[in-house]
Design a binder for this molecule. Structure first.
Ligand SMILES: CC(C)(COP(=O)(O)OP(=O)(O)OC[C@H]1O[C@@H](n2cnc3c(N)ncnc32)[C@H](O)[C@@H]1OP(=O)(O)O)[C@@H](O)C(=O)NCCC(=O)NCCS
Length: 170
């Protein structure tokens, strides 16, 4: 059944953005984007999560550039989803791609019955915290030394509903 395309949109400049399920051939690009984004996921972890739940692993592709971003979501309880990882290639940021990835991921979580979604974000990651606030997340906790380098995490949560969607700027 996979891969399935969720979103096709034109960006400024005419390139087409496609959001589809991850395939193992995307792993090298995903790892490059993940490392560049300072995420802690290893290729073994991403593959394990994909094998556990392939529907929750989406990539964004732009025209001939190939994969430029990804999001991984899971269920942490039957009623609550979790953003496990999200990142966008530096050259493609601030064009609404993370917003599109997250909105597609929220649809998947809702189709699984989730009523809310949570995540952890580095305290100093103001760009991501701003993105999440814009999409309707609020802070609900703080975990000291959550990351391997000792940085603390902010816990954020949002209720899931069709009304909470945000549109892309490009
Ligand atoms: C966080 C990240 C995924 C955002 O991706 P993106 O495709 O650039 O995000 P979008 O274009 O959809 O931005 C949506 C909103 O995010 C916020 N945002 C994005 N880039 C920003 C920046 N450079 N400065 C401030 N706010 C920013 C804004 O609120 C923006 O909406 P606005 O421009 O209308 O104000 C990207 O910066 C990234 O990959 N960072 C490294 C990995 C990471 O931190 N992942 C999150 C881990 S919890």
């Amino acid at each position: 059944m996979l891969p399935r395309v969720f979103v096709v949109k034109a960006l400024h400049g005419g390139e087409l953005l496609r959001i589809r399920n991850f395939e193992p051939k995307d792993l090298d690009r995903v790892m490059k984007i993940s490392r560049e984004g300072n995420l802690e996921g290893t290729s073994a972890i991403y593959l394990e999560v994909y094998e556990m739940c392939p529907e929750g692993f989406l990539v964004a592709e732009v025209g001939s550039y190939g994969v430029v971003g990804f999001v991984v979501v899971l269920l942490s309880t039957p009623a609550e989803g979790r953003i496990f990882a999200i990142a966008v290639d530096r050259d493609f940021r601030e064009r609404g791609i993370a917003t599109e990835l997250l909105n597609a991921a929220f649809d998947i979580l809702m189709s699984w019955g989730a009523k809310s979604v949570r995540l952890e974000v580095r305290v100093n990651n103001y760009v991501a915290r701003r993105l999440y606030r814009k999409l309707g997340f609020s802070d609900f906790g703080y975990v000291p030394a959550y990351y391997s380098d000792g940085e603390a995490a902010i816990l954020m949560r949002k209720p899931l509903s069709d009304k909470a969607k945000s549109s892309m700027r490009a």
